[in-house]
Design a protein around this ligand. Structure first.
Ligand SMILES: C[S@@+](CC[C@H](N)C(=O)[O-])C[C@H]1O[C@@H](n2cnc3c(N)ncnc32)[C@H](O)[C@@H]1O
Length: 135
């Protein structure tokens, strides 16, 4: 079944308040473990409500992208309190030639961009992070 980007965007716009409440289901210690070593430029794909944002350390420069403006409205609040420098953009990760920055570490934590075209998304992420890989 082909799921459109608009469909995913609308769905996340609708469930954003619920998602914000559900963020607590992932234990802080897991986010700390995952993100405490992040440094330099980081691209977080599907940043959602920004639940990861407080866990990026000082010195990291994070660009968080997401399809859903409503999810991002929560992320913006968290970005104001962040230790890291955070910039948030509403965009689709899929047709993203402007994101071809191969040395940028990727944070893809619980991102359901993968609902859309899972294998294509993975190949793309891999290509960003590993420019010498061939497929
Ligand atoms: C599971 S939620 C957010 C998870 C968040 N990283 C966290 O740890 O709480 C997945 C997010 O991916 C976003 N998303 C889904 N498909 C996307 C796409 N093609 N481009 C950008 N964001 C996308 C959704 O809008 C949603 O906010």
């Amino acid at each position: 079944m082909q799921i459109s980007t608009k469909f995913v965007q609308r769905r996340y716009d609708r469930i954003a308040p619920l998602y914000q409440a559900m963020d607590r289901m992932i234990d802080d210690s897991q986010r700390t473990k995952l993100l405490s070593a992040a440094h330099g430029d980081v691209l977080e794909v599907g940043v959602g409500t920004g639940a990861n944002i407080p866990f990026y350390p000082l010195g990291a420069t994070v660009i968080g992208i997401d399809l859903s403006s409503r999810m991002l409205s929560y992320a913006k609040r968290r970005a104001r309190e962040a230790r890291a420098q955070v910039r948030l953009l509403q965009m689709d990760v899929q047709p993203s030639p402007s994101l071809q920055t191969p040395s940028t570490p990727l944070s893809l934590h619980a991102c359901s961009a993968l609902y859309l075209t899972q294998s294509r998304a993975f190949l793309k992420f891999d290509a960003y992070s590993n420019p010498t890989a061939s497929y």
